[in-house]
Design a protein around this ligand. Structure first.
Ligand code: ADP
Length: 393
């Protein structure tokens, strides 16, 4: 009997799913979709690998519909699709593996307890990631589950790259730079040998530019530094997150504005970044199309900060052989790629304007000392591969 792996990625109001079926040695995407608007106006859609809509559903009594009902609907959809194919397991995207998990792991009661202890490290993501794992354990106890972490790929970074200059006791207690988007970087690292063998063995900076955004320095395909730190609010400005700021600003807001932790959390996670600076939108497409001077300013700051982080990561690598753009902005915005590459001319990047407009994959000229690439990420495939390996199926 042929095998399949399901992948779940749960957020606060959405549950995304993908189904991969084994074809020879490969895992092939056959179904994907999501339930979104949970607790408010829930909608479900399932699509084929080519994007054709296969089924939709909307719930009338929306207000009460949460993750459990959405999960039931998704499982029923998957089982309907699978017929004679065996569902070998479910892989989950989990943002934080803490100090304990530097590899994907099969979930049991102990693992779930461990992962719940990391909720304070990622309070906006971790609880939602764990919800479907717990629900499936209750509802389908025989179905194997594997947790795949956004932090795991970075856990092998040199200790210096993981340190804050805080008292050692805090480092030992887990207050350190973890880095995120690890599944995306791991996927890019797995593709690099086919694209650019020299860079795969050398020094590459990957820019994952989506609503959340970060950059990662790869040496020989391994993460050695990244812009995100203890939490996913560090580093680059993002759609609504501020990125790196002087920690003194937080103290000032507490002392002078009377803001507490929750108010500051809302400010730095939800009201800052592209949205906060522009006052227009968190969406890069909207900002690029806007005539508002503040929209242009937000984009200018975004590109400027990428340029500075690129210098820092190139320094950590001792030079640069390649740049790789991925994520919604990195994959789709020729304008942002062009501006970042022009800023990186001092690092040997020469942009091929025509190739960049065409979307790559290679967007640097033949003579460019440092190559530049566009490569769509595929975190779901990475999770499916890990799940298959962990389950030995
Ligand atoms: P998430 O981090 O939520 O997965 P995505 O990777 O889908 O987000 O990225 C979303 C971002 O990509 C948004 O800012 C969106 O405007 C941007 N984006 C998508 N397509 C384009 C485009 N053609 N030009 C510019 N930005 C784009």
């Amino acid at each position: 009997m042929s095998q399949a792996i399901a992948v779940l990625n749960a957020g606060s109001s959405s549950l995304k799913f993908s189904l991969f079926e084994q074809v020879g040695d490969e895992l092939e995407l056959t179904l994907r979709g999501q339930a979104e608007g949970l607790q408010t106006a829930p909608r479900f859609v399932a699509k084929s690998a080519s994007g054709e809509t296969l089924s939709t559903h909307a719930w009338d009594d929306g207000k009460r519909l949460g993750h459990a009902d959405a999960l039931d609907h998704i499982v029923a959809t998957l089982r309907g699709r699978l017929a004679g194919t065996h569902l070998a397991g479910v892989g989950h995207r989990v943002v934080h593996g803490g100090l304990l998990y530097s590899q994907p792991v099969r979930v049991d009661a102990q693992v779930l307890d461990d992962l719940a202890q990391f909720i304070p490290l990622a309070p906006l993501h971790q609880p939602h990631n764990l919800t479907p794992i717990r629900l499936l354990q209750e509802r389908q106890p025989a179905l194997p589950q594997v947790a795949c972490f956004d932090t795991a790929f970075h856990r092998a970074q040199p200790e210096l790259a993981q340190m804050f200059a805080l008292p050692r006791e805090l480092h030992d207690a887990g207050v350190r730079r973890y880095g995120f988007h690890g599944l995306s970087y791991e996927y890019i690292a797995s593709r690099l040998p086919q694209l650019d063998p020299k860079a795969a063995q050398g020094r590459t900076v990957v820019l994952h530019l989506g609503n959340g955004a970060s950059m990662c320095a790869l040496a020989g395909g391994r993460s050695v530094a990244s812009t995100m730190g203890f939490t996913a609010v560090d580093g680059l400005p993002m759609g609504t997150r501020c990125g790196a700021i002087d920690p003194g600003v937080i103290l000032y807001l507490m002392d002078q504005r009377g803001m507490d932790a929750r108010a500051i959390e809302k400010l730095i996670y939800n009201q800052s970044g592209l949205l906060g600076v522009s006052g227009v939108s968190s969406d890069m497409r909207t900002l690029l199309a806007s005539k508002e001077p503040r929209a242009a300013l937000a984009v200018d700051l975004y590109v400027y900060r990428i340029g500075r982080e690129l210098g820092s990561l190139a320094a950590a690598l001792g030079g640069l052989d390649a740049l790789v753009f991925t994520g919604g902005i990195g994959e789709n915005s020729a304008e942002i790629r062009a501006r970042v590459c022009r800023h990186a001319a001092w690092l040997g990047v020469a942009l091929d304007e025509v190739a960049n407009q065409a979307g790559g994959p290679r967007i640097s000229t033949a003579a460019s000392a440092t190559t530049a690439w566009v490569l769509p990420t595929n975190e779901e495939l990475m999770i499916a591969r890990h799940t298959r390996r962990v389950l030995g199926s």
